[in-house]
Design a binder for this molecule. Structure first.
Ligand SMILES: NC(=O)c1ccc[n+]([C@@H]2O[C@H](COP(=O)([O-])OP(=O)(O)OC[C@H]3O[C@@H](n4cnc5c(N)ncnc54)[C@H](OP(=O)(O)O)[C@@H]3O)[C@@H](O)[C@H]2O)c1
Length: 247
């Protein structure tokens, strides 16, 4: 390991849940690599995070492009030589009924929501293993933003839900393969969180009634504090009310 401070990589960190988690990681003493496609928002996030005392590497990268995903992994390794926390927050979702939803949207959601996280973990695995071996009591944490729709079906969100169900399965499989070596993975599965992504349901769900980004960030931080003995494959987070398993 080339640095003494813990290092985290957060995808989708220019806004929303990813930025909220990155802020908490920075405040807790992590150095960071952050990514998103949009350069201006990413640069602004980098400035905010650096003000919290973190070294920040901001990489403009499209998680739909394999070369960008691999380049992001290399950039993080070159900067820090260790990876204590990997947060996969970059994600896309489009709604539409199964009979008419176009396949290119299915492909995009699976590329960003499933293929990219799998590729990122694969590329970073030597660094994850080495970091875990250097701190065996604590290990390293992979945190993936799945969704409640990955655990419970929601009409109109079949492709998105399937991609998020795949992330839950991926975290379980990663734990089966890697947790004995101190590399553990958790899929956080929230219902609607008040971010740009959930704005399309504002006509039927008041954003004030949605889960807060701070709630999701709090869960993510608690995962980072677990010992390597505790494996949490998924965390389901619902909104209050009678329809607990509706996003
Ligand atoms: N909000 C919810 O209700 C909710 C509920 C359950 C789960 N989730 C999941 O939580 C995660 C974060 O959601 P959010 O609500 O924070 O979304 P958001 O506010 O829309 O932010 C998404 C972030 O991901 C980045 N991103 C999107 N597409 C990308 C791509 N192809 N390559 C790289 N970065 C990309 C965005 O930046 P650029 O656009 O600049 O690339 C942004 O930084 C997602 O995986 C989402 O599916 C959200």
């Amino acid at each position: 390991m080339t640095t003494t401070r813990p290092a985290a990589l957060v995808t989708g960190a220019s806004r929303g849940i990813g930025l909220a988690i990155a802020e908490r990681l920075a405040a807790a003493g992590h150095d960071l690599t952050i990514c998103a496609r949009g350069g201006d928002a990413l640069a602004a996030a980098g400035v905010r995070l650096a003000a919290l005392g973190a070294a920040v590497r901001a990489e403009s990268a499209d998680m739909a492009a394999e070369d960008d995903v691999r380049g992001l992994a290399r950039a993080h390794e070159d900067a820090y030589g260790r990876l204590d926390v990997l947060v996969v927050a970059a994600g896309v979702g489009t709604a539409g009924p199964v009979d008419t939803a176009p396949l290119h949207r299915f492909d995009k959601q699976f590329a960003v929501n499933v293929r990219a996280p799998y590729t990122l973990v694969q590329a970073l695995l030597p660094t994850l293993r080495a970091t875990a071996a250097a701190r065996p009591d604590h290990g390293v944490k992979i945190i993936m933003l799945s969704s409640l729709t990955g655990a419970f079906p929601e009409p109109g969100l079949a492709a998105y839900g399937a991609s998020k169900a795949a992330l839950i399965s991926l975290c379980r499989s990663l734990n089966a393969e890697l947790s004995a070596d101190g590399v553990t993975a958790t899929a956080i599965c929230p219902g609607y969180v008040d971010t740009d992504m959930s704005a399309w349901v504002h006509d039927r769900i008041d954003p004030a009634d949605m889960i807060r980004t701070a709630d999701v960030a709090e869960l993510a931080m608690s995962l980072t504090r677990l010992s390597s003995r505790a494996v949490v494959s998924e965390l389901v987070v619902t909104r209050p009310g009678g329809q607990l398993h509706r996003a």
